[in-house]
Each structure stands twice: as structure tokens, then as C-alpha cells.
Write a protein that binds this ligand. Structure first.
Ligand SMILES: Nc1nc2c(ncn2[C@@H]2O[C@H](COP(=O)(O)OP(=O)(O)OP(=O)(O)O)[C@@H](O)[C@H]2O)c(=O)[nH]1
Ligand SMILES: [Mg+2]
Length: 685
């Protein structure tokens, strides 16, 4: 690693829709480079990238896999990312730390929702791309059709390799840059029957390159051609500035076409030295990939390794990381210590002395470092922005299957959350449930499966309870809260008078002390306030927390001997409950911002379904072949949406959802929730 220059160091992700062949292409690249001794195969469970049991069982990638290798004097790091929307977030996080990507698209089915989503994500991160039309050997492979689907997506594809034959007649490719045919038998001249097609395709390639650069265009228009050198340099510039997506093709399983793609990876995509300098998150200059500068790095992944413990996988941005050195976690402002540094090769780890700009390496057992964090030298390091982590959308209530296992369940889940930051474990105070939140139903279910495998604990998943709230809709004045118990023994006496009024949504509870003249002694007013806050934890309608309320304590009465904190706390609590009942209480339900991405053909069905869920559609917009519908829908109607979307679209839809605001629940929902709460209370007693 140390012997390779920064300008020969490359990192790239394989991205795209699930099942289009990213992992298989990764295997083909690794085997072509001699990094693996056998060609791994997803279906046979021999992949060096899909290494987890859950991945082998489902024949799909669920967590991105990092593989460093050398090829042709260059240091390359390949990151195979998941295509399924349940797990795509993991790949998105990794992309922040990489210099390029290959968008893998099935030649048989063309661009799909997952293709487009990752394409737009790379656009937003300004990551240059190559395209690879995979599966040219498949029965329904259609090179032109797949190319069209990428054009519709505005990916500006430009064909660099042409297929020789299709489906069972797929024999190899024509490399339009060198004008050579490459088949199983090696490199040869283009046959007479294909030369016209190849010449026309090269013409289109040269034209597209010329159109990206004024001086090249001028020359091309004048002379009708460009030199090989101008074509290569023009294509490099157009790729790195993301004006063009050079498109390769082939078949991962037979490795045909993969060699040409690998040349594209190292020659067209930027190395760590050629990529744009990383912006400083502070006032400083952009950060150059200088191995002698102070160290800075991004943590793109955390892996729980059975032997090594927790591994933090980082990409060096500047400087050099060395074993046994002190570093700073810039994001959390805490000191860390690097032990041995490793190069990751799938689930194999190879010890290395140091890692420089563009290298991706791993270190074990950092104390408080998480995915997305910035690590840097203790002194003089540049300021680098951390990686934003996408938030989960689907929550399930979890309980331990066996009583007494609870602590173990939560501790083990904590470990998994550490590894996968898009998972969240939390407790919903109003319902008392532990909630596991993830990117989709499958994400949460696989987590539970991993929990069983790694820690031997079983949990049950339930649809979570909706965190309803209660509030008031009008003022109630001078409502008495009274505690009087003055018969026998020590007496209790406290009276308060409260006026309550609604506050705007989201503003919480406010207590206003308006006691004058000592009707309640100063020292006991905090007790009234405490009683009020406690009463707000469970509202009178269905026991959900009361929110958005201003409480004025306007008057009171006390007794010289019998008044104490407890008496006034209870008086405050009683007063609040009575006042809320007089102020026309209502039930509030959480409303979610929902974004559904589907092929255009399903728009009608999806809109109809969203309205039947009391959804309000706000926009419907075409993004290439994908239609993106934005709507606001009550959370209670979205609990099982993932499976409904799958059944409407045959698995071709994706959705994202996040909390938007609380809204008053309509009468039928309110009645149902109140009845359910009543039944639950009756069952308890
Ligand atoms: N015939 C043929 N089959 C292929 C080719 N590439 C991949 N496959 C098969 O397609 C299936 C999916 O391939 P994967 O490599 O797992 O696809 P992926 O994009 O990594 O999928 P996810 O990990 O789910 O995102 C596997 O059964 C492969 O054997 C190819 O070039 N030709
Ligand atoms: Mg895969």
C-alpha cells in the first residue's frame, strides 16, 4: 500500500438496483485482478463480498463490503453496496468517502427505481460515474433498450464498449476507444460484419466528447476528427466533470467486458489525487490529498467482527495514519488511540503499517467512534465535515421472547445499532414500548435474525402503538384544584385556581406563576407546578401525554399547619385534570411526510391507496421513468404500508417517511382510540 502513489490510489462503489449484478461484477473484478483465487458466485454462496450468513441465505447484499487490492501497479478499493431500499442507506453513507462509482444496470431490464435513486444521490454528491450494462448473456438482454432507459434518466450515457452478439450469442465486446474486439480468445481486429456498426458508434462517442469542450468541438467541426489522445483526455474531463457517463457492457458471470471496465475505472474515474479537494467545514482552505499533511479521515462503516471486536473503517482524506498512534475524534471531540491498522479484503483483514490519502483501512476497538465521524491528528488537522446518516422510517415494538432476557436483548441490540447507524433503538415514553426503527420492514426483520445468530437472543416484533397526544382547544378559567383531608391525624390542605389555554402546536407545556399576596406560599408554588406537569403525562381522554398548553396559576388557599408540598402537588394535579376536561380536550395524531417512488404505471393505484389512508397528496412529479408522489398521511394508517406497496407494485416501489406534525384526530379515530384505552384499563384492573 505504501509503495503506491496517491495518484494511483482509487476507491469506487458498485451501485444500482437490487439483483442487477453488483456483487457478481465485484467478484469478476477481483478475480480479473488476481485478488481472489476463485471466482466467487452469489448463487453458490461462494462470494467474497456477500459473506454474512443472512446474505448467503437470501443471495442479496445487506451490508456494504470493502475489498482493497492491487491491480496493474495501482491500489484499488472496491465497495460493493446493497441495492435493496431496506439496505441502500449503508451504501449511501459509504459513497461520501469514495472517489467514484459504477452504476450497474441489468441489460435485460434497464434502469429501475433503485438505479435512479442512486444516480440522483451520486449527482447530489458530485460523484463521477461509469455505467455497466450487465447480463448481456441473459435471454432478454437488450442493449439499446437499456441504453434508452439511461438516457431517459438524463444520465448522459455514452457508449464506450459495444456488445458482440446478445443472449446465448454474446461473445464479447468491441472497445470503441482502441477499436479492438475482445472475446474469450483475447484481443483481435473487429470483424468485417461489425466494422460499420463499430465505426458509427465510435463516431457518436467522439461527437459526444467534442460537445463537452468548446475547443475540441471547434477542431472536430473543422477537421471532422480528433486524435486518440484528444479523445481520451476529452472523455476523462467529461467523466470527471459528470457531463458524460461512459457506458461499458458485459456479463459478470463470464467476466466478458470486465477488463475494459477496469481500465475505465483507473483511467476515467479520478484517483485520490485527481478528485476535487475536500471542502473544509470551517474557514480553512479545501483539503488536499497530501500524505505529509496532518491526518484526517472519514469513518464510512463500522463492523462487528467476531474476533477483532468493533472495527472502524475509515478513508484517509489527508496525511498518513499509522499504527499505535493517538488521534482525535473531531466530531465528538474525544481522544482515540489507533492500534494495528488493517486492510479489508471482504471479511479477511491484512495488517498494514500505514494508510495514506485515498486508502481505506480499518482499526479495532476505538472507544467512542461511530459511522460518519471524522478522525484527525491531535494537532493542526483540517476541518472536515462528518457524513450525514439517514434516519430510519419504520418502527416496530420489540419484546424479549423469554422473560429475564430483556437486558441482554437491549445490550445486544445496542451493538447492532453501533454497527448500523440507520437503526435506532429507543423507548416511546407515552406508550412505554421499546421501539426498533429501521429503513424498512426487511431491515428490521434481518436485524432480529442477526440478533439471534450473533447473540443467541430471540425477540418478538409487533406493530408499534401510535404515539397519540392530547390537548385542549379552548380556555378554561379559574378552575379549582383542591386537596382537603383534615380529619384525624396529620392534615393535608392545598387549593389552587388555574386558568388554562391552548398554545400553538409543538410549543409544549408552560407554567405561569401569577400568585400575588401569598395565597400560596412561595416555597410551595414549585409543588403546584410539579403536580401540573405530572398530570400532563397522562391525559383524561385515553391516557396519552397532554401537550401545547399554557397554565396560569392565578390564586390559591393554604393552611398554616396542614399545607405542605404533597398537598399542593396533588391540588395542582387535580386542578389540571378538571381544567382540561372543561377546555374541550381533543386527541392529536402524528402525521407523516411520505414520499413514494414508483414506475409511472402505478400512479393511479398508489394515489387511490394513499387517499383511502386519509392521505393528502401534495405533489406528483416525474423523475425520468420514476414518479415521485409526496403526501402527508396519519402515522396510524402507514404502519403496514411497506407490504401494501410491495403488493401494488410487485416490489418495484420504494417509500420514505418521516414525522411531520401532530393534527387533531377525526371523531372516528378518536372514539376508537378512547375505546381501546378504556378496554386496556379494564383489562389491567
Ligand atoms: N446470466 C447472468 N446472471 C448474472 C449476471 N450477473 C449476475 N447474475 C445473477 O444475478 C443474480 C443477482 O446478482 P448479484 O450480483 O447478487 O446482484 P446484486 O446487484 O449484487 O444484488 P443485491 O445485492 O441484491 O443488490 C445472481 O443470481 C447472479 O448469479 C450476468 O452477467 N449474467
Ligand atoms: Mg449484491
Amino acid at each position: 500500500m505504501k509503495n503506491v502513489k496517491v495518484s494511483d490510489t482509487h476507491s469506487f462503489a458498485l451501485i444500482g438496483h437490487s439483483g442487477d449484478g453488483k456483487t457478481s461484477l465485484g467478484e469478476a473484478i477481483l478475480h480479473t485482478a488476481g485478488a481472489t483465487s476463485s471466482l466467487g458466485n452469489v448463487r453458490e454462496g461462494t462470494s467474497h463480498l456477500n459473506t454474512q450468513p443472512e446474505e448467503k441465505e437470501r443471495q442479496t447484499t445487506i451490508s456494504s463490503s470493502v475489498f482493497g487490492f492491487e491491480w496493474s501497479g495501482k491500489q484499488l478499493t472496491l465497495v460493493d453496496t446493497p441495492g435493496d431500499s431496506n439496505f441502500q442507506a449503508d451504501g449511501r453513507v459509504a459513497l461520501h468517502a469514495l472517489d467514484g462509482a459504477v452504476l450497474v444496470v441489468s441489460a435485460a431490464s434497464g434502469a429501475k427505481v433503485g438505479t435512479e435513486r442512486m444516480w440522483h444521490y451520486c449527482q447530489s454528491l458530485e460523484i463521477p460515474l461509469l455505467g455497466f450494462l450487465n447480463g448481456m448473456d441473459k435471454e432478454r438482454a437488450d442493449f439499446e433498450g437499456a441504453l434508452e432507459s439511461l438516457k431517459k434518466m438524463d444520465a448522459n450515457p455514452v457508449v464506450v464498449t459495444l456488445p458482440i452478439g446478445t443472449a446465448e450469442n454474446f461473445k464479447g465486446i468491441i472497445d470503441l476507444l482502441n477499436m479492438k474486439a475482445i472475446t474469450d480468445a483475447g484481443e483481435s481486429d473487429i470483424s468485417a460484419e461489425l466494422i460499420d456498426e463499430a465505426t458509427a458508434a465510435r463516431e457518436r462517442l467522439v461527437e459526444s466528447i467534442a460537445e463537452c469542450d468548446d475547443s475540441l468541438l471547434e477542431k472536430y467541426l473543422e477537421e471532422g476528427e480528433l486524435s486518440d489522445d484528444e479523445i481520451t483526455r476529452g472523455l476523462v474531463t467529461a467523466t470527471r466533470s459528470r457531463k458524460l457517463t461512459p457506458l461499458f457492457c458485459g456479463a459478470a458471470l463470464s467476466k466478458l467486458g470486465v477488463g475494459a471496465l477496469m481500465h475505465g475505472l483507473t483511467e476515467l474515474l479520478p484517483s485520490a489525487a485527481d478528485r476535487p479537494a475536500w471542502p473544509s467545514s470551517g474557514e480553512g482552505d479545501p483539503i488536499a490529498a497530501d500524505p505529509d499533511a496532518p491526518f484526517s479521515a472519514l469513518v464510512l462503516k463500522t463492523v462487528i467482527d467476531r474476533y477483532a471486536g468493533t472495527l472502524s473503517v475509515f478513508r484517509v482524506v489527508s496525511g498518513t495514519a499509522s499504527s499505535d498512534s493517538g488521534v482525535l475524534n473531531f466530531t465528538r471531540d474525544s481522544k482515540e488511540r489507533f492500534g494495528k491498522i488493517h486492510l479489508l479484503r471482504g471479511d479477511e483483514h491484512v495488517e498494514i503499517d500505514s494508510a495514506g490519502p485515498g486508502d481505506i483501512a480499518a482499526v479495532a476497538k476505538l472507544k467512542s467512534t461511530h459511522t460518519g465521524d471524522v478522525l484527525c491528528a491531535e494537532k493542526g488537522a483540517p476541518e472536515l465535515a462528518s457524513i450525514p446518516i439517514p434516519q430510519g422510517v419504520i418502527s416496530y415494538a420489540i419484546t424479549a421472547k423469554s422473560k429475564g432476557d430483556e437486558d441482554k436483548v437491549y445490550a445486544s441490540l445496542g451493538r447492532l445499532v453501533e454497527e448500523d447507524p440507520t437503526l435506532h433503538l429507543g423507548r416511546e415514553a407515552s406508550t412505554g414500548e421499546f421501539l426498533l426503527t429501521g429503513m424498512g420492514e426487511l431491515h428490521v426483520r434481518i436485524t432480529v435474525q442477526k440478533l439471534q445468530r450473533l447473540f443467541g437472543v430471540d425477540v418478538e416484533l409487533k406493530t408499534p402503538k401510535v404515539p397519540y397526544r392530547e390537548t385542549v382547544t379552548r380556555r378554561a378559567e379559574h378552575v379549582e384544584g383542591k386537596l382537603k383531608k383534615q380529619t384525624g391525624g396529620k392534615g393535608m390542605f392545598g387549593v389552587c385556581y388555574l386558568t388554562i389555554e391552548p398554545k400553538p402546536r409543538g410549543e409544549g407545556i408552560e407554567f405561569v406563576d401569577e400568585i400575588k399576596g401569598g395565597s400560596i406560599p412561595r416555597s410551595l408554588i414549585p409543588a403546584v407546578e410539579k403536580g401540573i406537569y405530572e398530570a400532563c403525562e397522562a391525559g383524561p381522554l385515553a391516557g396519552y401525554p397532554i401537550v401545547d398548553l399554557r397554565v396560569h396559576c392565578i390564586d390559591g388557599k393554604h393552611h398554616a399547619v396542614d399545607s405542605n408540598e404533597m398537598a399542593f402537588k396533588l391540588a395542582g394535579s387535580f386542578g389540571l385534570k378538571s381544567a382540561v376536561l372543561q377546555a374541550k380536550p381533543v386527541l392529536l395524531e402524528p402525521v407523516m411526510d411520505v414520499e413514494v417512488s414508483i414506475p409511472g404505471a402505478f400512479v393511479g393505484d398508489i394515489m387511490g391507496d394513499l387517499s383511502s389512508r386519509r392521505g393528502r397528496v401534495q405533489s406528483s412529479e416525474a423523475k425520468g421513468a420514476t414518479q415521485v408522489i409526496k403526501a402527508q398521511v396519519p402515522m396510524s394508517e402507514m404502519l403496514e404500508y411497506a407490504s401494501q406497496l410491495t403488493s401494488i407494485t410487485g416490489g418495484q416501489g420504494e417509500f420514505h417517511m418521516e414525522f411531520s406534525h401532530y393534527d387533531e384526530a377525526p371523531p372516528h379515530v378518536r372514539e376508537k382510540v378512547i375505546a381501546e384505552a378504556g378496554a386496556a384499563r379494564a383489562a389491567e384492573s
